[in-house]
Design a protein around this ligand. Structure first.
Ligand code: ACO
Length: 333
């Protein structure tokens, strides 16, 4: 039994933060951000209205149910890959399932930072492979701007908000999630994390004063590990599935930095087959790969061999060999 994606949607908030606007907040320039990172604007969820990741996830799942003609009562499971749920508890998944009428679904959040979508895809595929589940939704995304320090020029240009969602169903055709290689290196923790707000350093005046509720990263260290690990994982998946470069339709890398994307593609020898949307979306963490697939859906055809690869805080990373299961149509908003 194989597990295939039978529909994809996404949601990007209306508000857009441009590089020109960032120039007014910190000492940066459109030229620096575009040339060093490849981003010119990112979508931002409105602040101060109590809206969180579940709002975007709900929009994406509502659109998915309509697009695929799925009765929400038939959805067996809904997994939300996110690092920025609305609350510590309950899960964003339970909120999204409630909002969309998926009353019969098992739900949980999967917390794997920027690698959340590929981890959730393999997890959902394993549920479907048991034969006990027929329709699973993976909704993946983050509200990274809620933990971004807009006084820190080294991180604030990077992040945006958004959610993607896929419907997954079983299939006897040789399509879907063919292989996955998922890895972890916990020694990466100190190079990319949010210092406050968890059980180690719960919120106090001191943690707020010290800006501990924002993303902290050692950018250069993360850059090098991202390129190395995404390339290694992708090459291993390509090798063990006996794929030649000409067999691959598209590489779909996590959209963190255009230079990371280009370096990874170079190591794989497929620079001309990379799906990219970073310029107008930024790094949306778990949302990055599904949003990129959704915006490029019209380029995908049944049987296309895709290599999805991601890297995130942990460190966690990996690559998924996915055979696309249908001919795509242009994305709708
Ligand atoms: N505008 C202008 N100058 C800047 C900015 C900015 N926004 N940010 C940093 N600089 C300056 C630095 O102060 C430094 O100046 P100096 O030479 O006078 O000291 C100079 O630019 C170079 O700084 P570096 O940190 O070496 O810049 P680098 O080329 O490494 O780019 C960046 C920084 C964009 C953070 C890069 O390291 C990166 O993308 N790393 C990956 C991090 C990432 O994507 N993390 C997200 C989470 S994990 C993931 O999704 C993979």
């Amino acid at each position: 039994m194989n597990a295939v994606i039978t529909g994809i949607t996404g949601y990007l908030p209306e508000d857009v933060l441009t590089n020109a606007e960032l120039e007014k907040l910190v000492d940066t320039s459109d030229e620096w951000i575009l040339s060093r990172v490849g981003i010119s604007e990112r979508h931002v969820l409105k602040k101060g209205q109590g809206l969180g990741t579940s709002y975007m996830g709900t929009k994406a799942v509502e659109a998915l149910l309509v697009k695929t003609g799925t009765d929400p009562l038939e959805v067996d499971g809904l997994i939300c890959a996110t690092t920025t749920p609305d609350y510590y508890f309950p899960t964003a998944a339970s909120m999204i399932a409630y909002n969309t009428g998926c009353k019969n679904a098992l739900t949980f959040d999967l917390h794997c930072a920027c690698a959340g979508f590929i981890y959730a895809l393999e997890t959902a595929a394993n549920y479907l492979r048991t034969g006990r589940y027929k329709k699973l939704i993976v909704v993946a995304g983050d509200t990274l701007t809620s933990i971004t320090d807009y006084t820190d020029r080294s991180t604030c240009p990077l992040f945006g908000d958004g959610c993607g969602a896929v419907l997954m169903e079983p299939s006897e055709e040789e399509l879907g999630v063919i292989d996955a290689l998922l890895r972890t290196d916990g020694s990466g923790m100190e190079h990319l994390y949010m210092k406050g707000g968890g059980s180690a350093y719960g919120a106090t005046h001191e943690t707020v004063d010290k800006h501990m509720h924002y993303i902290y990263q050692d950018g250069q260290y993360v850059f090098k590990r991202a390129v190395t690990y995404m390339a290694e994982a992708s090459l291993e998946v390509v090798k063990r599935n006996h794929l030649a470069p000409e067999d691959i339709a598209w590489i779909v890398p996590h959209q963190a930095n255009m230079r990371i994307i280009e370096a990874t593609a170079r190591r794989l020898g497929v620079e001309d087959k990379v799906l990219v949307n970073i310029r107008n979306v930024g790094n949306t963490s778990a949302g990055s790969i599904p949003l990129c697939l959704w915006q490029n859906e019209y380029r995908l055809h049944k049987g296309d061999n895709l290599i999805l690869t991601a890297f995130g805080a942990g460190f966690v990373w990996g690559a998924v060999y996915l055979k696309w299961a249908y001919d795509g149509k242009p994305a709708t908003t």
